[in-house]
Ligand binder design. Structure first.
Ligand code: ARG
Length: 450
């Protein structure tokens, strides 16, 4: 096992089973860049507090810079024998700058390092995710625009309800994505990068020294974004708070729920029974036994992954439940669910954007479905309402008309005016039958501010 960040009070070697069981380097290596940025910020603070001379600070920064570049270029060798990423970086720095590296841990604990790095990671991942969410939104809008005159049956309870524009249907998902972007943005904004918690009780460094602007000493190119560091307002809470992790996974769960609904709609629409839409072969898979199969596995996985996200959320919520203050090792287990949630959601968004781009709507088939007269029943009610009938009475009259049509297997369109008048003497057949038109139906809905 590699050198640890602790050990002075131990006379025995750690059991290899314990080393294997407790380490997190196999996943927290993903925090490398952010741990390095935290160390760079910490050096600035140590210099201001005169724990480091300028020369020492520069030497340490140089060492960290070169590790950062190696990580960025994927050349850094993560020593999997280390307990975690914080240990791996500390050991690597010591190899580069010698025992000066041992000063870096002054007034610092892994407990605050972990929070710093996880918050930084979260902020950067949220910024990246924003772009992919918006991309899927744009693809949906474009698809709607390219099919702007297409009307489809709308459903409630999975039953034919009223005709709606396909573009409105697709836009409904954009609205969800828009809320996701805003929700995640609020969470991102609430994540404050704090230092000075130490292990739990604070450090001997004055709070003012912790107020720094990272861009002053970290090359802008390193992170592509400026970030401010501030002193913790409560050190106990700072090292034991994982609300931000829970909030992120919760918002990602909602996002994945939205994606699963989109996936489900597309799965249904692509069935032979519906046949509204054709999913491109490049986004389908086949069957090893049934040669005819062209399956929507991508969409099924998107639907299924929502469950994984909920699992991640429940796992972190449960892990945090009843934990006494402050840091407890249980909290190491927040990383995999967090990383996994980001990874799943961003790959779902990317593959969905690709798939949605290739969708081809089958207008003839949709037109067939739109022949169902029941889709226009509400429009028939409005026709009577416009002619002075109370809504409730109009609703009853049209309900009876529909039932008559179904029971006698006769289309309303084919009924003679004399028969129609039995349901309401306000019906004039010539006007009435014009209502069985999807475009007339959607255009009569004026309440939507597009
Ligand atoms: N890998 C650990 C984590 O992610 C580091 C913190 C260990 N801290 C401690 N006091 N033992 O939580």
């Amino acid at each position: 096992m590699a050198k640890k960040l602790w050990g002075g009070r131990f006379s025995k070697k750690t059991d290899p089973l314990v080393e294997e069981f407790t380490k997190s380097i196999q996943y927290d290596y993903k925090l490398a860049k952010y741990d390095l940025l935290g160390s760079m910020a910490h050096i600035e603070i140590l210099k201001k507090a005169e724990y480091l001379t300028s020369a020492e600070a520069n030497k340490l920064l140089e060492g960290l810079d070169s590790i950062y570049d190696a990580v960025e270029e994927k050349k850094f060798k993560f020593d999997k024998k280390c307990e975690d990423i914080h240990t791996a970086i500390q050991n690597s720095l010591q190899k580069k700058v010698g025992d000066l590296a041992l000063k870096l841990h002054t007034a610092r604990s892994r407990n605050d390092q972990v929070v710093f790095a996880t918050k930084m990671y979260s902020k950067m991942e949220l910024a990246k995710l924003n772009i992919v969410i918006a991309e899927l939104g744009n693809v949906l809008i474009k698809l709607g625009k390219n099919n702007s005159e297409v009307v489809i049956p709308g459903f409630t309870h999975m039953q034919h309800a009223q005709p709606v524009y396909l573009s409105d249907y697709l836009h409904a998902y954009c609205e969800m994505l828009d809320r996701d972007i805003k929700r995640l943005g609020r969470i991102e904004n609430d994540i404050k990068i704090c230092m000075g918690a130490g292990a739990l009780a604070g450090t001997p460094i004055n709070a003012e020294e912790y107020k720094i602007k990272a861009e002053e000493f970290i090359k802008e190119s390193k992170i592509g974004e400026a970030f401010n560091v501030q002193a913790v307002s409560n050190s106990l809470d700072a090292v034991s708070d994982r609300d931000f992790v829970i909030e992120i996974i919760s918002a990602l769960s909602i996002l994945s729920m939205h994606l699963s609904r989109l996936a489900e709609d597309l799965i249904i629409w692509s069935t032979k029974e519906f046949d509204f839409v054709e999913i491109d072969e490049a986004f389908c898979t086949g069957s090893s036994l049934m040669p005819q199969k062209k399956n929507a596995d991508v969409l099924e996985l998107v639907r299924g992954y929502a469950g994984r996200l909920y699992g991640n959320l429940v796992s972190v919520l449960t892990m945090m439940k009843g934990l006494p203050l402050t840091y407890n090792r249980d909290m190491q287990l927040d990383k995999e669910p967090l990383f996994n949630s980001f990874e799943i959601v961003s790959s779902e968004l990317r593959v969905l954007a690709g798939l949605v781009k290739t969708l081809k709507f089958n207008k003839e088939k949709i037109a067939e479905h739109l022949k169902d007269e029941s889709l226009y029943a509400t429009d028939l009610v409005y026709y009577l309402v416009d002619r002075g009938i109370a809504f409730k009475n109009a609703h009853t009259a049209i309900g009876k008309l529909i039932k008559y049509s179904l029971d006698n297997d006769i289309l309303i369109k084919d009924m003679p005016e004399s028969l129609l008048k039995k349901f309401s003497n306000k019906i004039i057949k010539k006007e009435f039958v014009k209502l069985f038109d999807p475009l007339v139906s959607v255009k009569s809905k004026k309440s939507i501010k597009r």
